[in-house]
Design a protein. Sequence first.
Lengths: 293, 282, 438
Amino acid sequence: MNASAVFKNRSLPYLLIAPQIAVTLAFFIWPAAMAVFQSLLREDPFGLATEFIGLANYVDVLEDPRYLDTVIRSCVLAVVVTAGAMATALVLATMADGVGRGSGVYKTLLIWPYAVAPALAGVLWFLIFNPSIGVVGRGLNRLGVVWNPALDGTQAFVLIVVAAAWKQISYNFVFFLAGLQTIPRAVIEAAAIDGAGPGRRFFTIVLPLLGPTTFFLLVVNLVYAFFETFAVIHATTRGGPNSATETLVFKVFNDGFVGLDLGGSAAQSVILMALVGGLTALQFHFLDRKGAR
Amino acid sequence: MVETRPFLALLRHLVLLAGAGVVLLPVWLAFVAASMSGGDMMNGELGLVPGSQFYANARTVLVDGLRSGGVPPVGLMMLNSLWMALAISIGKIAISLLSAFAIVYFRFPLRKLMFWMIFMTLMLPVEVRIVPTFKVVADFGLLDSTAGLALPLIASATATFLFRQFFLSVPPELAEAARIDGAGPMRFFVDILLPLSRTNIAAMFVILFIYGWNQYLWPLVATTGESHYTVVMGIQRMVAVPDAEPIWNIVMATALLGMLPPVLVVLAMQRLFVKGLVGGDK
Amino acid sequence: MKLLKTFAAVLLGSACFSAPALAATEIQWWHAMGGELGEKLNSIADGFNKQQSDYKVVPVYKGTYPETMTGAIAAFRAHQAPAIVQVFEVGTATMMAAKGAVYPVYKLMADTKQPFDPKAYLPAVTGYYTDSKGNMLSLPFNSSTPVMYVNKDAFKKAGLNPDQPPKTWPEMETAAKALQKAGTACGFTTGWPSWVQIENFSAWNNLPIGTKENGIAGLDTKLTINSPAHVKHIADLATWQKSKIFDYGGRASDAAPKFYSGECGMYMNTSAAYAGIKANVKFDFGVAPMPYAPDVTKEPQNSIIGGASLWVLNGRPTAEYEGVAKFFNYLSSPEVQADWHQFSGYLPITKAAYELTRRQGFYDKNPGTDVSIKEITNKAPTANSKGLRFGNFAQIRDIIEGELESVFAGKADAKTALDSAVERADKLLRSFEKANQG
């Protein structure tokens, strides 16, 4: 933090920061502490009988081979959604950057899905891919692909990826386009004069210059794919079939709120918090640098 | 000079049009579904061409209400969504401006600690702390209220962070001058800092409004009365009907209405929206 | 202008909606009935509210069955519980174990001195919700049992007699093949995979689902759904999945569009799917009993119920409970029950409602609507077909359905999957046993 001019006042700063701290304490720190506490207990759902069992919930969670599967699955989902949404957005942004004056129109056409709630995006794609009544689902079946996401885990997974990536393309597009537009024309032109074709220019000049934007988007997209896919999953496959679309976040919710395994769910919460802590630190480390540039 | 081969230009437009088409596809299909009668849809007659029932379905959704879908009329749900989105976005901006101001312009004990405490909130998306948060909100007696919908989501590390970055970029001379003129900190905040932050605030508002409008899980668990349903969670209620198939044409009509306000906000305030985004994360 | 008016109407409507009730004591009733059923449920509550002015029952739709139940439990922990909550049958063990949270119905009726005769209810239904001393703990509300719906038009096209649907599993295979030959893409599909193809398959063929009388006689129970008969049935389904004799369409009632759209000629699901089918299909359909396995039993036993019952939760002001008791009496009246039964396809929960429906000529006018009641009363229940009571069963059912999905998808064989289901379920049963000792 560089030193801005500083006002001197004993109580005012506390007053100013109080609302934020109050909300943080009440709705973040306190529930988080409760989760830690709960993770050490075995309780019946109604909370009528409680027993302290130490770290047994953690042991149960970590010893369950299905939990490891879920960890892997969540990572795969995050990576695939991120890669899909970013690659598509990069292609579209590069194209839009090249068309000159028309780019504004395309921008308008491409950015609005950002405003669509993930849950709604999920429901839309879910209907389209419904094997009995959806256009794409029926089309696939007619083409001889046995399309049944209610049974085929891979297909259900694809559905989640498509819905989640679809929504995120607009976000990445805006950033890539902004990034591309800051690249000085002269640099590109110089390369063109040197005889570099569009492909080579893209990989040797444009892409490296987009590095910071790309890295930033990578982190944001991974966080998005990790957490916000929850709504997509909950509104559509609910983790099925046979857990094929169950992510860590979905499992926390499902075990706690549906399965009523409060201790196990809390233990998973705590593990997840630690995990996300790392990602967040990374994101802010980067944001800090970017903001201070 | 960079090539201006017509072939390349054509290719660019084609790729972009295809992209725009794919992006638009689900919404178009939702519109088609929303324009069919329930029976036609269930009989597999859903195609790419809209039917003739859109007006009738929209009417059902808006005027007659959705008793058969298990949710209150869409108008009410939209109103609830609006309240929630406004409460969250305005609340987030207000408390973030204040705390960023405190962090940048004052030195006080525990400052660093509080700064980090605010950032820790990012680690705890509501999905992860859903069960204990529900309990806390219930203990405060805030279930089923607009306050209960908004408060747990109102702390904002990102907004605080961004305003902090912006304040840091404001020339320190301004504050210095204000101090020499004998203006107190609040005078400086209201008369100088806020006007300077106008665009940032507006950009932030667009992003946070969308964030608030699109909340899903929290309203789902925190509302027990239909009078507080929001439209995004209402869709889930309509899709997850037991022992029956969702009334898809009505669901889609509702979904379209539910996504309309935030989409309009993005389109109408495109410039601010992009600034809000690129200026920083959500 | 028109739009403005519409908007004003909407606003007004919403204002009315949120207007506070008058002096009447409000009774919250959380339920999981969406769609047409939810609408009917609202009108039932309305009927009660119009009949008297002291109480106002407010039905609140809380989403799926699991969500409704957990929502209520979470609310109970936060001291915000509704007076009445509809809990699906697999949550029964959890509710029964929660002695401090639940106000048993028999006790409620006695405390409030409301007339209450447990014998008026169908034993096949109440057996599920009665404790070992014969006390009714919750009020059955919507009970159903799986039946088989057939597309009569498709049957005719395939040269099959639409009034003689297949009675056994081998006949199912033959009929399905005939349907496929005549152009129907798939033979049959199913809703609620575990409930229909495991739990009711067991009861209907007189096979145990678990030890200790399916868990009713004790918490130290273990699932037995990996018996050879079960394995054979699931393996058959998996084989049939490949040729679309059977086509899996998802959990709960997600398979419905497969039947609605004519893709599958037969559809096994809850008797409560009747209303939805009637509203959505354009062909002539019929209702038949579930097929049985002739190599397991000579004739079918009886089916078990699903659906939900109404539990009363502790912690509300006393005044509300009298209203709840009165409301339960209203709900159990033959007129209300018969109306609900005829509308929804759920079973009539009282003998009087069944009699009334019969006298009204409903079954004659709507052939097939009495199939469900004939199934549950087919024979005197055995230890295998009284019902089931397993702790954590919502999760266990999730496990079973996950394992079934892996079999149908060809990723595991039936034996391995069912063994694994039993083993995984055992962990949950043991932890429930531990948490509820004493």
